[in-house]
Structure formats: structure tokens, C-alpha cells
Design a protein around this ligand. Structure first.
Ligand SMILES: [Zn+2]
Length: 529
């Protein structure tokens, strides 16, 4: 249950998938912008190429209202439009027929919102490198890509491909997603960079990174063949970057391909781009700002020591290539699909290098950061993500699911199967949970339900009477039924499936003193009576 919150008309315009947004399926964008860095001014256009999913003569796209829509071109004419908050409503002179593939072009300009605390507080970040040269980057997860460019700003709909053209002052380079197609002089001291993304991409991953970059390329011998790796860092940082990336990138790709399947964007390559903010999962152009050190800005989030053996931003943000970019949640409410799996991927990376116990110690260690303040799942249709617990609590939930499935080969096939089944697709919670239920043969709906939809964790209540042991779950989900591992101290763990009513369990010799629950892998409350 969510706490009572109020949402505005603007929240609904942004988060709700109304007819005006479902009437067109976006297929291709050509974003073509010029940055006047001195004036912090952006201008240009975006082509929307779409297929009509039904007959319509009006649609909605999104652009923050501080940016001006100059005009909208369609078949040589200009379309009429109105604006309400950050939504733009466009009227067509005649009906666009279902199945028709068509396009319109939006011209816009203005001073985009400056990110005050990127990547968490989004927008465009105008920064400078140590030698005083401009260093510009975008980060807009959550707040939305329409903070800096016009698009259909809803996660459920991704283009099939995209061309990103960015014109920047000479002496600077732009690094965006996909592959660099062309660099051309644009006149008046400007240079244009054309980047092409050959795969579906979610809007918030589309990025600009403008700076005085150094670049080198490598290759990774992966499951789908040769994967091109490209690294773009500030010139002064080349040496330490080479060392840090060599220690992290290929081991990360090897671990994640093993657990999740092939890197999902071979056609676009893999890139790390140094940014003035900490980092973001920008597809095929992962933003990196961890200053070439291990841990999360030098810290171990788990307190176990395992978190200091690798570069958090390289591993975490790249993990999102599978969970977030390959599999994208339709609604921001299900951002846990991105963050819970990616948080969990950190432990699988550790497991690949140091063994299963190390990975699980890391998961266990992150519990200290769980707040249980509100549900992990947010609220649908108003662009509202859930609790920050989607990271650590989500990671603990997935480790617990693995423990319940109790078959690591099957678990790995489930993780790989998710990435194959939902390859380049958008999903909701039900898609993910149903898939795991089906593949594991265990109905885990109530387990996911409790940990995603309620803030409290379930408590196992155990009582000992006349040599017998009784237990039950106390939970918010009706008929909560999670299997749990119990033992008498020193013995083997065995699975028991308590219900929400007290029932006797077979655990010979158990007493209040020697009873043990697998609290290392289970994140639950315990009440012994
Ligand atoms: Zn993340």
C-alpha cells in the first residue's frame, strides 16, 4: 500500500499512457541539436517517425515548458499545437490512418534546465575540466528526457533506431550513444557529430557528452563474437583510465555475459564516457564519473570489504545494459526491475571473481542501508518511482529468490532467459514475476508481493511447546507462504513452508536455544516464543 500522496495534472500528463500517446508507436528519431555552451542554449529539431496504431488526428509529445516549440513541420505544412505544462498537443489537418507510417519534425530552442546535482537531479550539466575547457553532459532519468529534447516521454515506447546529431564548438567533441558515423565542419567555428543507434533505446539513455576527450578502442571476445569497446576520457586522465578500465571492464563483461547472456547491443558497441557527474546507464555510452577508483566514490556500500575490490560505476552502470536498457520497465513505478537486478548483478560480479559466499556476503552487508520506509514499487501512471530500497532490498530479495529456487543452474538460466525473452522490450512487474514463476515451477507471487508492494518485511513467528515446534508468517500479503530454510544448530538446513496460521513443523530436537533460520540469505524478521 502506498502512503497517501497527491499527484497533479502535470504528473498525469507525464506518466499516464492516454489515447493521445498510444495512438502512435514511435519508430525512429533524428535529434539534431546545436549547443551554444557560453549561453547555455540549445536549438535544433527532432524528427518523429511513427506508425499510427489507430486512426487519429491529435497526439501528445513532451517538452519542458521552459523550452520553446518554434514550429512543427508535417508534409510541407505547419501543424497547430497547444501546450499544457510539459505536454504538447498537436493537431493534424486530416486523419492519420491506422497502420500509416508517417513523420513530423519539431523545431525547438531555449535554455534547458541545468542539473543542480546530476545524475540524481537531472537536466544539462554545464561544467569545466581542470584545464578550464567546457565539459557538458546530460542526465535525466526519472525527470524525463523532455527536460532537454522533444520526444514521446514515456518508458513504454522505444524507437527502433535513432540518429543523434550534435553540433559543438571546434576543439570539443560530442560522444553520444551508438556508433560515430561522421564528423563534419558545421561552419562558424562549429563541428557536427553524427551518432547512430541501431537498437531500441529508452529516452533517458539518449545523451550528450561534450568535452576535450581522448579516445582509444579495444575489443572483447564475447558470446556473440567481437564486441567493440571504446573509451572516451579527458586527456589528462588517459593513463589512470587505461589502468582502471583494464582491471574492470573485461572481467565485468565476462561475468555478465555468463549470468545474463550476450551483451545486448553488439551492433552499437560498448563505451565508457567520462562525465562530470558520477555515472548513468546511458545505453552503449555508459557515463562514468567515479574518478578511476574502486568502490562507490571510494566507499564500500556493503561494509564487507568486497565492495572495494572493483569499480562500482563501471560494474553497476554496465549491469544496466541488461536490466534497464535491454529490459526496460514500461512505467517508472517498476524502476525496481532496473535497480534491483542491477544491484544484484554487483554480487554476481563478485561471485564470478571470488566465489558464491563472497557475493552473498556482499548482499548481506548491504542490508544496513535498507530503510523499509515505503514500498519498493512506485505508483503507476504518474511517473512515480518507489523507495530507494529498490537497490539493496531488491538485491536481497533476488538473492532470497535464488535461495528458494535452490538450483543455481536453473537460476542462471532464468536470468539469461529473462534477457532473451524480453530482449529489447519494455515490461511490467507481472511479466518478470510470471516468467520467474513459470521457469522455477514455484509460485513466488506472494514473496514478490510482500517485498515490492509493502514497506515491512515478513516476520517468522516460532513457538516451542512440549517438544514440538510451531511456526507461522506475519505478513501484509494474504496467505503469505514463502518457503524458508530452518535447522537445528549444527544440522543441515531444510525447507519448510509455513502459512499465516500456526502449524507444527518437523524439526526434531528443536528448542528455542538451538533453532536457526537462514538469516544470512533470508531478509526476514524473527520472533521466537
Ligand atoms: Zn542503477
Amino acid at each position: 500500500m502506498a502512503d497517501k500522496e497527491t499527484f497533479t495534472r502535470a504528473d498525469s500528463l507525464r506518466g499516464n499512457l492516454t489515447d493521445l500517446r498510444t495512438c502512435y508507436d514511435i519508430r525512429y528519431y533524428h535529434l539534431d541539436v546545436k549547443l551554444d555552451i557560453g549561453k547555455k542554449f540549445i536549438s535544433g529539431s527532432n524528427v518523429f517517425e511513427f506508425t499510427a496504431t489507430r486512426d487519429f488526428n491529435r497526439l501528445q509529445f513532451d517538452l519542458f515548458d521552459n523550452l520553446k516549440v518554434e514550429k512543427i513541420e508535417y508534409n510541407g505544412t505547419e501543424l497547430q499545437f497547444t501546450r499544457e505544462f510539459n505536454a504538447v498537443f498537436v493537431s493534424f489537418p486530416n486523419t492519420v490512418k491506422q497502420g500509416q507510417r508517417d513523420r513530423f519534425k519539431v523545431f525547438y530552442s531555449g535554455k534547458p534546465v541545468e542539473a543542480k546535482n546530476a545524475p540524481w537531479d537531472g537536466g544539462v550539466m554545464f561544467s569545466k575540466d581542470d584545464s578550464g575547457k567546457p565539459w557538458v553532459a546530460t542526465a535525466c532519468q526519472g525527470v524525463g528526457a523532455s527536460i532537454w529534447w522533444p520526444n514521446k516521454d514515456h518508458q513504454s515506447d522505444e524507437v527502433d533506431s535513432m540518429l543523434i546529431s550534435v553540433t559543438v564548438p571546434e576543439g570539443l567533441q560530442d560522444v553520444s550513444n551508438g556508433r560515430l558515423r561522421k564528423v563534419s565542419p558545421a561552419g562558424n567555428g562549429y563541428t557536427r557529430y553524427d551518432w547512430f543507434v541501431a537498437n531500441p533505446i529508452n529516452n533517458y539513455c539518449v545523451s550528450l557528452n561534450i568535452g576535450d576527450y581522448d579516445h582509444w578502442g579495444e575489443a572483447f571476445d564475447g558470446e556473440k563474437g567481437k564486441l567493440d569497446l571504446d573509451f572516451w576520457v579527458l586527456k589528462a586522465n588517459r593513463k589512470k583510465a587505461e589502468k582502471q578500465f583494464a582491471a574492470n571492464v573485461k572481467p565485468m563483461l565476462k561475468a555478465f555475459e555468463y549470468w545474463f547472456g550476450p551483451y545486448p547491443f553488439y551492433e552499437d558497441g560498448y563505451k565508457l564516457v567520462e562525465t562530470p557527474h558520477l555515472g548513468m546507464e546511458h545505453q552503449s555510452a555508459v557515463a562514468y564519473g567515479n574518478k578511476f577508483q574502486n568502490g562507490y566514490m571510494g566507499r564500500d556500500l556493503s561494509g564487507t570489504g568486497w565492495g572495494l575490490k572493483w569499480d562500482f560505476i563501471v560494474v553497476h552502470e554496465s549491469g544496466h545494459e541488461w536490466f534497464g536498457n535491454n529490459i526496460t520497465s514500461k512505467d517508472l513505478a517498476d524502476m525496481w526491475i532496473h535497480e534491483s537486478f542491477t544491484n544484484y548483478s554487483e554480487s554476481l560480479f563478485i561471485e564470478s571473481l571470488y566465489g558464491k559466499k563472497a557475493g552473498q556476503e556482499y548482499v548481506h552487508g548491504t542490508r544496513g542501508a535498507i530503510l523499509n520506509d515505503k514500498p519498493v514499487q512506485g505508483i503507476y501512471n504518474v511517473n512515480k518511482e518507489g523507495s530507494g530500497d529498490m537497490y539493496y532490498k531488491g538485491g536481497n530479495l533476488l538473492n532470497m529468490i535464488r535461495t528458494i529456487i535452490n538450483d543455481d543452474t536453473k537460476w542462471r538460466h532464468i536470468l539469461r532467459g529473462l534477457n532473451k525473452t524480453f530482449y529489447h522490450r519494455t515490461v511490467d512487474a507481472t511479466d518478470i514475476i510470471s516468467y520467474i514463476n513459470g521457469q522455477s515451477g514455484i509460485d513466488l507471487s506472494k514473496v514478490f508481493g510482500q517485498y515490492l508492494k509493502f514497506k515491512n518485511i515478513p516476520t517468522l513467528e516460532v513457538k516451542f511447546e512440549k517438544g514440538k515446534t510451531f511456526c507461522r508468517w506475519i505478513a501484509d500479503v494474504d496467505d503469505f507462504d514463502m518457503p524458508v530454510r530452518l535447522r537445528v544448530k549444527g544440522g543441515e538446513y531444510q525447507f519448510v513452508k509455513p502459512s499465516t496460521s500456526f502449524a507444527e513443523i518437523a524439526l526434531p530436537g528443536a528448542t528455542k536455544e538451538n533453532f536457526e533460520v537462514d538469516s544470512f540469505n533470508y531478509y526476514i524478521g524473527l520472533l521466537l516464543e
